[in-house]
Design a protein around this ligand. Sequence first.
Ligand code: UDX
Length: 438
Amino acid sequence: MKLTVIGTGYLGATHAAAMAEIGHDVLGIDVDPAKVDRLNAGDVPFFEPGLPELLRRNEEAGRLRFTTSYDDIGAFGDVHFLCVGTPQRKGEFAADMTYVDGAVSALLEVIRAGSVVVGKSTVPAGTAARISQRVERAGASLVWNPEFLREGFAVADTLTPDRIVMGSDSASAVETLCEVYRSILDTGTPLVTTDFATAELVKVAANSFLATKISFINAMAEVCEATGADVIDLALALSHDVRIGGRFLHAGLGFGGGCLPKDIRAFMARAGELGVDQALTFLREVDAINMRRRARMVDLARGLCDGSLAGKRIGVLGAAFKPNTDDIRDSPALDVALSAQQAGAAVRVYDPQAMGNARIDYPTLAYVDSAFDAAQGADVVLHLTEWSEFREIDPAALGEVVAERRIVDGRNALDRGRWRDAGWTYRALGRPYQGPPS
Ligand code: UDX
């Protein structure tokens, strides 16, 4: 089938390459000519494991290319995927719909009658019904088909999703999209077909649930710190209850990124508009717990530095909002690094992939080329993004370069015993304090 994909961010570029991989002819579009040139040259403009290989393989096979021209995509295909971003509106909680509305307007100028528009962007409930009226006036149909991919696993999540959700009032448009996904559906992937509003809500409900699960265990971490209990053992014990499960129950610095934080805020804003704000008041608490983790992290560092960060040296390991991505949107790591700097510390940051983005958005922080450079002369080291590279560090070797062997593990991901055995004072969120071995 001949498909087009509008928007070439983490979602759109991955979706375009994955659709080509399952045998379709795909034309992607982006308004940024530099991005399009890079993509056409087989170069992914962001870090996503496995995507460059997928992109190149399908470009070489002649199934995938990119353009900046809406005329091209109107002439190319009859199924058009909307994959543009819906960031948080500046100074507000609601989603910014500028890119979605702009893409729809441009597409409807060039679309052929009988085409299918597939919305994948995360949008406030009610958007699809609104867009559908415009799409129908152009003689086309709309399906809302939310995307659940995780950065770092975007390729696998697109080729082998947990489920496929389609919301539409057009049976034939749903049938067309089932044809697009035929090879994925044939492997037994669950399909839920529903109406527009439900399809839109599935996405924000899923992200709200995940955020709630993380903030739940982080709230338990706060209680653990007050009682001397250990949140890691607590989560382990909870995870054996199959009704609870262990995933997304990892206590630490909390969630960030381009989705969870802005999606729960946009969901609350939309609920307010719909007159059901009370139904989601709990998400305000989920957000508050999450943001408190960042402040607590700085407090732990301060506690290790005799009560003040002024004049102290801090080595920061991690800048990305989570490992295996270069995405720094709402990154807890960079938030903590900046707070520590504002408290008077000299901060040096290292991340395996996210330094380019971090330098642009956080230009006042100092960036160095390795974990050892970050830790050089440090009074305390902060582990803020759980890259495997950091787990593999030899604590004895790192201990040679720091001024003081003190580490705060913001991700509860380091081997506490190894660090203590190497003479480090190890602190973590939600775990009882034990000093260095005597
Ligand atoms: C998320 C959803 O998982 C995905 O389905 C949706 O499409 C987009 O939003 P993503 O933002 O890529 O994906 O990251 P995810 O892997 O879900 O992690 C979100 C954040 O939660 C990260 O900052 C991560 O560090 C944090 N997290 C995750 C925890 O703090 N604890 C956990 O147990 C799990």
